[in-house]
Design a binder for this molecule. Structure first.
Ligand SMILES: C[S@@+](CC[C@H](N)C(=O)[O-])C[C@H]1O[C@@H](n2cnc3c(N)ncnc32)[C@H](O)[C@@H]1O
Length: 422
């Protein structure tokens, strides 16, 4: 048994303390200023992992977590922390990422909040359990599924589908032991991608159709395991408003996790544009998805969007064309075929919003380019630090940096950073 004083919160959201012999110990659900007793549970590299047994002296910023599943559910790590220090910690994560890249004293703004119950995209696990069907996020640290009876991050429209989904899945012959439900809340209502572990029967398909009609779900796509999804039931068209266009994302398409987060990202990107843009100027939006950034950006400037997924390119092109938006979308694998120096030179600015692992190949070229300005949207401070270090070496500076708390109560951080040539 250890007795330690917690001094900080680390990047995974765990309290951090230093042992007498100088080793670092990570203690989930503890906070700075707390004295706790703890049991050692393992190692992560040099770090000792431990679970707090008792909080001998609670910290000044400890609050009652609102959710009954907190501590068990893997969705949230920090509900026990008061809002102001929690948000200051999220901002600090961006400060530290930029410091690691070599940008000390970067102008980092306040953290843009996303309120509870605004998450519009949920990837939920489904399991057969002793007394029925469980649906929810995975438990913290293991593969169990938390059968969510409340959730303070999901939009209420998504949460309201969970109980009827339990009933539906329990009746499906095509469900045996496990599956998943990816729900995107579009402007046309919830859009469901259901995966089960066996083939659907004709009776199952009727059940899906009845579910869609009863619960206002315009489209249910279905797949066995990781197969390509097929249509399970459709009662109408799906749509999501982006800028002046309406797009129809494919089932399970990437969307920013919360509309408030999306609005903060788009506002920070637009604020990062050069003040004067010639009439013929073009901006490249890399890793454009269905056009979350391209479409609102096209109100200000002509946009060329690049994206690796064919379905996203098709959705973006169709939406942009129907609305007459100034966006052309092209499919391109930016890891294998990053934009080359002459291509980069043709843009007034490049915006990029890469996946979790960042954009090493593309950033190496951007760092060597004649571009004067790059706006980087990041969902992973570690990848941002690696990618930004390439710009630092090439003498760029940070003009603005905005942390966005898109994943409330989790350790994840979204950020928008505008870099300019020094
Ligand atoms: C974080 S999402 C951003 C999407 C979009 N900007 C948005 O805000 O909705 C990353 C996008 O990068 C795409 N992507 C991943 N790897 C890629 C690659 N090698 N080349 C091009 N696009 C890729 C994904 O399909 C996804 O749409």
């Amino acid at each position: 048994m250890l007795e330690v004083e917690v001094t900080a919160v680390g990047s995974a959201g765990d309290g951090i303390a230093t042992l007498g012999d100088g080793r670092t110990v990570a203690l989930p659900f503890t906070l700075p200023g707390e004295r706790v007793t703890a049991r050692e549970t393992g190692r992560r590299g040099e770090v000792v992992l431990a679970e707090a047994e008792a909080v001998l002296q609670p910290g000044p910023d400890r609050v009652a977590p609102p959710c009954r599943h907190f501590g068990i559910c893997g969705g949230c790590a920090l509900q026990h922390w008061a809002e102001a220090p929690y948000r200051a910690w999220k901002r600090r994560r961006l400060v530290e990422a930029l410091e690691r890249a070599g940008f000390a004293d970067a102008p980092v703004g306040e953290c843009a909040p996303c309120p509870p119950r605004t998450r519009r995209r949920a990837d939920l696990a489904i399991r057969q359990v002793a007394d029925g069907v469980a649906i929810g996020f995975h438990a913290r640290g293991d593969a169990r599924v938390v059968d969510m009876r409340e959730c303070h991050v999901l939009h209420p429209t998504i949460f309201a589908l969970l109980e009827p989904l339990r009933t539906l899945v329990a009746k499906l012959r095509g469900f045996r032991r496990e599956g998943s439900a990816l729900i995107n809340l579009l402007d046309s209502g919830p859009d469901l991608l259901l995966r089960t572990d066996d083939a659907l029967t004709p009776g199952d398909r009727q059940l899906l159709a009845a579910f869609a009609a009863e619960h206002g779900v315009r489209r249910i796509a279905w797949a066995k395991g990781q197969d390509v999804p097929e249509m399970g039931a459709q009662t109408g068209t799906v749509g999501l408003r982006l800028g002046d266009a309406t797009v129809a994302p494919a089932p399970g398409a990437f969307l920013q996790a919360a509309p408030e987060g999306e609005a903060a990202i788009v506002a920070a990107v637009i604020a990062g544009l050069p003040r004067k843009l010639p009439a013929k100027a073009r901006v490249a939006d890399l890793y454009a998805g269905v056009g979350t950034i391209s479409l609102p950006l096209s109100r200000h400037v002509r946009v060329e969007a690049f994206e690796g997924e064919a379905a996203a390119v098709a959705a973006l092109s169709a939406g942009a064309n129907a609305a007459g938006a100034r966006v052309t979308a092209k499919r391109r694998d930016l890891a294998r075929q990053p934009l080359l120096l002459p291509e980069l030179a043709s843009y007034a600015t490049v915006v990029l919003d890469p996946p979790f692992n960042g954009a090493a190949e593309q950033m190496a070229l951007i760092a060597r380019s004649k571009l004067r300005r790059v706006i980087y949207v990041s969902c992973n401070p570690a990848a941002l630090a690696r990618d930004a270090a390439l710009l630092r070496k090439a003498n760029w500076r940070v003009e603005a940096a905005t942390p966005v708390d898109q994943f409330l109560w989790s350790p994840h951080l979204e950020a928008v950073v505008t870099f300019a040539q020094a």
